[in-house]
Design a protein around this ligand. Structure first.
Ligand SMILES: [Zn+2]
Length: 153
């Protein structure tokens, strides 16, 4: 059996914590406008700034539901199936990782470290602890780049 990549481990951990019994992410918003309001709330938060987030992030309208959610730079694409807080935080975390100067790291340990901070902010420490337990069982790594640790010291 091939060993899972960090990316696969990340996806599995995320699904274990946030999807329901039907395997789907809970839908928290019904329009792009609501998603944008949530994104604004996140990017205006002190926690976002503390973690090194610098940018206003624009929600790009995606009508098709069969598309991946994506995040890069100061944009996120959130198809209707992905209008779920944890998925939106995941996509925002790509831009946040980028803001930290870690240009090539997509689901790296630093990305996982920052994502865990965002979920603790949104869902609380207990959810973050559950994420850690699931991630540990799957071999997920979340030791951050030294630049992130220096910022938070
Ligand atoms: Zn991703």
């Amino acid at each position: 059996m091939a060993r899972d990549s960090q990316k696969t481990k990340f996806y599995k951990t995320e699904r274990a914590i946030f999807t329901g019994l039907n395997g789907k992410y809970p839908i928290h918003f019904t329009t792009d406008r609501q998603v944008q309001a949530y994104v604004n709330k996140v990017t205006k938060s002190l926690e976002w700034k503390r973690l090194g987030g610098r940018q206003f992030v624009q929600v790009v309208h995606i009508r098709r539901d069969n598309q991946w959610a994506r995040g890069w730079g100061n944009k996120v694409e959130i198809p209707p199936w992905a209008r779920s807080k944890s998925v939106i935080l995941h996509e925002l975390c790509h831009g946040l990782t980028y803001d930290n100067g870690l240009l090539t790291e997509h689901h790296s340990p630093s990305f996982a470290f920052l994502f865990r901070k965002l979920i603790a902010w949104e869902f609380g420490d207990e959810t973050r602890r559950q994420f850690d337990l699931a991630g540990e069982a799957l071999g997920l790594k979340w030791n951050p780049d030294s630049r992130i640790l220096k910022r938070l010291a």
